[in-house]
Structures are given as structure tokens and as C-alpha cells.
Design a protein around this ligand. Structure first.
Ligand SMILES: Cc1ncc(COP(=O)(O)O)c(C=O)c1O
Length: 399
């Protein structure tokens, strides 16, 4: 759907873009909003008293309202703009958890998490002695029962992706959120792969902190969101200090911070990026997440049916209801498959997808990943199938 809005899909050289979990294409509405800022009203944010600067403030702060509408949270103060999900997760760990947790406190993760939701925790464990425990996966999936079994009186945090980036499995977030609020556990959700594809309601789902990136939801790179409940963000220490976040400071070293959310947005923000994120949210909401999700499911069903008929294709997540397909060609290194597909202008991701310890559970080191979005079509899948059916010539192409 809406392919006419994506200039990159309408070039002479055909492009089949199936790598939407890595980043998505950008519609002209998003690109135009960024170009407008740079060509029609460039100014810094929160610093000027002239017309363009006031327009920037209005546009920039307007996006905070749009994010609030997207997440269904209580207050615009709970929305902090960051450089992306990675930055948001690092702020949660090093700005909040570092001061709230103590030696022996337990943090529950899974082995299917992205590096951005594991490495900060591992580093904090080395710094202050928290204990990381991995929730056992059931056929690679998180179950409420397994989460419940792992909770002890020392469990202080559960930090997991809403949807993973290797298999695309959706976690039972609402039920886990209930468990967290019942047991006074902080619930951190990595929404990088869910916010772009489905309705997220941080209030109903009892989410304490949520992180996501604009570039996976039609927006620009280098911008993302940290959501946190207001009373928690009030206790989050700024991990970055400078202009824009202080109310005053003096030569004695006295610093007074501004109120939320400015307190957590030091320095000149990615103004163009935030404005582009606002356009992306408008664009997605005008289509509706139900339509996007249904479209992705239909494409996956269509692709899986065809892929199953090709004898040497191994599928790892065909039964999961999402827009992601993890596969390999039997006996072929996943990167060779990706290079082969690239020869036909088909973009897929190959490797371990930054979830480096999932391989212990999946028993396979690398996979190819197809990830669909709203602009993908069945005709593109037909082309993929045609190319994969002829894959006996793969080494002629790759070598
Ligand atoms: C599940 C998940 N978490 C976190 C990230 C990190 O996002 P970013 O690189 O935009 O900060 C990604 C990106 O691939 C992801 O898929």
C-alpha cells in the first residue's frame, strides 16, 4: 500500500526492500517535513524569541503530543527525545537503575534480546553487582509461566523486547506488566520492533519505561523516544549535562536542573529528526496499525506457503503471527544467501541480528531475515520465490 509515497521504490532500478526490521524506507511526507525545517524555518529549539524559533518550538513540542497520543500515556512530560532506542535503554540503566538497584538485586532478561538491552545491564552488573538471570524460552518464546517461575524476592527489574528482532515473536506484555506491578518490579520494554507495527498502550500494559527508534517506523535516523512514568523520570539522573537542561549554575558548582522533559534533553536536539518523527506518526496513524498488521500477516502467509514448497529452505518461525520470516538455504551460509539475493536487488538481513546469545537457544548461528512493512507486495514475494527456486546457481553469483 501507499507505494507512490516512497520515491526509492519508484526509481528505474527495481528495489525489493525486505529489511524493515533494520530500518524502514521514508515516505515523501516525512522527507518533506525534514526538508521544510532546513529550507523554510531553520532555528534552534527553546532558545530564540523570533518567529522561526517560535515555530520550531511549536513543531518540536507538537511532536511530544503526537508521541503521547501514540503511546496512550498520561503526560507529555513523560516523553523524552533521544538519539534512538539504544540511547534510551542506556539512560534507563545508567541514569535510573544504577541509583535504584544494589548488589544482589536481580534483573530478568532473555537470551533473545538485542545487544542494546543486554550490554548496558551486563556493564551495570560489573559496576554494582546486580545479578542478571535469563528467563528460559519455551520453543524460543517467552511464557508468563516461565517469567513467574523466575521471580524471587530479589527480582527488581524485568527488561525485555515487546517483539524480538530475530523471530519477531510478540511477548505477553500485558500479563508480564501485571506480574511486575503485583511484585513491585520495574518493567522496561524495548519497543523497537513493536511500536512501528502495533498499538502500544503503556498505561494498560503497565509499562514503566519504553524505548524505541524513529527510523524503524518511517522516520529519520538518529532520533528516538524514552518513555517513563513521570514519578520514575523525576528520579532519573541526567546522563548528559549541558545547555537546555539546566535552569542555573554557578562557579561553586551548584546546578539546578530544569523540569521534565527538558532536564533529560541536554544540548541542541535532533530538531529535524523529531519533526520527521512527528510526520511519521501522522502517516502511520492515518493508515491505522490494524491495517498495517493485517497486511504484514497476509504477506507472511503468502510467502511461507511458497517458501515451504522449495525443498532446501529451512524456516525457523513460520507459525508465528508477524511480518518476519527467519530462514536459511540448507547448507548455505546466511550471508551468501543475502549476497545472492542482492544480485537481484532484493534486500534481506543476514547474521545474528545483534541478538548474539539467542544462537544458544536456536541452535543455529546465523539466519536470513525477511521483514515486511506496509509498502511490500505479493509481487515482490513472487520475485523472491523465483530467485530462491533458482538458487542452485548461488555460488556462481556469490563467488
Ligand atoms: C529489538 C531492538 N532493540 C534495540 C534496537 C536498537 O535500535 P537503534 O539501533 O535504533 O538504537 C534494535 C535495532 O535493530 C532492535 O531491533
Amino acid at each position: 500500500m501507499n507505494r507512490e509515497d516512497f520515491e526509492i521504490l519508484n526509481q528505474e532500478e527495481k528495489l525489493i526492500y525486505f529489511d524493515n526490521s533494520a530500518t524502514t524506507l521514508k515516505p515523501k511526507q516525512v522527507v518533506d517535513s525534514v526538508v521544510d525545517y532546513y529550507t523554510k524555518y531553520t532555528a534552534n529549539a527553546h532558545r530564540g524569541d523570533y518567529d522561526n524559533s517560535l515555530k520550531v518550538d511549536m513543531e518540536y513540542e507538537g511532536v511530544r503530543d503526537k508521541v503521547q497520543k501514540l503511546l496512550h500515556n498520561r503526560s507529555r512530560k513523560e516523553i523524552v527525545f533521544t538519539s534512538g532506542a539504544t540511547a534510551s535503554l542506556n539512560m534507563i540503566v545508567f541514569g535510573f537503575m544504577k541509583y535504584q538497584l544494589k548488589e544482589g538485586d536481580e534483573v530478568l532478561l532473555t537470551k533473545a534480546e538485542h545487544a542494546s538491552n543486554i550490554l548496558p545491564w551486563v556493564t551495570l552488573a560489573k559496576e554494582i553487582g546486580i545479578i542478571i538471570r535469563y528467563i528460559p524460552l519455551e520453543n524460543h518464546l517467552v511464557t508468563v509461566e516461565n517469567v513467574e517461575k523466575m521471580i524471587t524476592p530479589n527480582t527488581k527489574v524485568i527488561s525485555i523486547a515487546h517483539v524480538t528482532n530475530v523471530l519477531g515473536d510478540e511477548r505477553p506484555i500485558t500479563e508480564i506488566g501485571e506480574l511486575c506491578s503485583k511484585n513491585e518490579i520495574y518493567f522496561v520494554v524495548d519497543g523497537s520492533q513493536s511500536v512501528p507495527h502495533m498499538t502500544v498502550d503503556v498505561e494498560k500494559q503497565n509499562i514503566d519505561f519504553l524505548a524505541f527508534s524513529a527510523h524503524k517506523m518511517l522516520g529519520p535516523t538518529g532520533v528516538g523516544v524514552l518513555y517513563g512514568k513521570e514519578e520514575l523520570l523525576e528520579r532519573l539522573e541526567p546522563t548528559s549535562l549541558g545547555g537546555g537542561m539546566n535552569a542555573s549554575f554557578d562557579s561553586e558548582g551548584e546546578i539546578e536542573y530544569k523540569a521534565l522533559p527538558s532536564r533529560l534533553e541536554a544540548g541542541t536536539p535532533n530538531i529535524a529528526g523529531v519533526i520527521g518523527l512527528g510526520s511519521a506518526i501522522d502517516y502511520l496513524l492515518s493508515i491505522g496499525f490494524d491495517r498495517i498488521h493485517d497486511h504484514e500477516l497476509e504477506l507472511k502467509k503468502y510467502a511461507v506457503e511458497a517458501l515451504e514448497k522449495i525443498p532446501n529452505i529451512i524456516l525457523y518461525n513460520k507459525e508465528l503471527e508477524n511480518g518476519m520470516i527467519a530462514f536459511n538455504i540448507d547448507g548455505v551460509f546466511s550471508q551468501d544467501t543475502a549476497v545472492y539475493l542482492n544480485h537481484y536487488h532484493i534486500c534481506v538481513r543476514a547474521g545474528n541480528h545483534c541478538a548474539k546469545i539467542l544462537k544458544e537457544d536456536l541452535q543455529v548461528k546465523n539466519t536470513c531475515r525477511i521483514s515486511f512493512y506496509l509498502y511490500n507486495t505479493k509481487e515482490e514475494i513472487d520475485e523472491l520465490i523465483r530467485v530462491l527456486k533458482n538458487s542452485e546457481d548461488i555460488f556462481k553469483v556469490v563467488l
